[in-house]
Ligand binder design. Structure first.
Ligand SMILES: Nc1ncnc2c1ncn2[C@@H]1O[C@H](COP(=O)(O)OP(=O)(O)OP(=O)(O)O)[C@@H](O)[C@H]1O
Ligand SMILES: [Mg+2]
Length: 147
């Protein structure tokens, strides 16, 4: 499908940039006139993916997190969050709710949240190469009153 608009970001994997990334994607998505709930869902999903890249992908090192956003004609936004970190050994296992490699520190619910708050979620990863999370969300058609 034709891309109507796009936006690309990259930033160092420091935790302060998680809120920046979430806000930047939300500001870009606003042109689709989403409801507040839809926007909150998208922000939460982006936040989970970026947090994973920072915490799990790069662990104790600082790398670059890449975000690519595309807007499609049917009120759809596609968001790709990519890191060049350690990668995931078993993606299927990692995506199971409550699975975490961070012991009791984390809940293991990030992927479950991304899945339930978006319409499409795809994860690609290679050990030692990095991880790409692709999410897609279609906002509901809005009835507008033009007076
Ligand atoms: N970008 C990534 N790079 C490497 N490993 C990842 C990445 N994203 C997720 N993982 C692995 O997948 C597991 C599950 O991720 P998920 O986001 O579901 O849970 P979590 O991050 O452990 O906990 P929570 O998101 O609830 O704080 C992580 O514990 C980690 O081992
Ligand atoms: Mg997580």
């Amino acid at each position: 499908m034709k891309t109507l608009n796009e936006m690309h970001l990259h930033f160092p994997s420091v935790s302060i940039n998680e809120s920046f990334a979430r806000a930047a994607v939300a500001a870009f998505a606003v042109q689709l006139d989403p409801t507040l709930d839809e926007l909150c869902d998208l922000k939460t999903a982006v936040s989970e993916a970026v947090t994973n890249a920072i915490i799990h992908g790069y662990q104790d090192t600082i790398g670059v997190v890449y975000i690519d956003c595309r807007i499609l004609p049917d009120s759809t936004i596609q968001v790709r969050v990519r890191d060049r970190g350690c990668g995931i050994a078993d993606i299927q296992k990692a995506m199971e709710p409550l699975y975490t490699t961070s012991g009791s520190e984390r809940a293991g619910l990030g992927f479950a949240v991304m899945k339930s708050f978006t319409d499409k979620l795809r994860v690609q990863s290679r050990l030692g190469v990095g991880t790409t999370v692709f999410m897609e969300k279609t906002f509901s058609p809005r009835v507008r009153c033009n007076g």
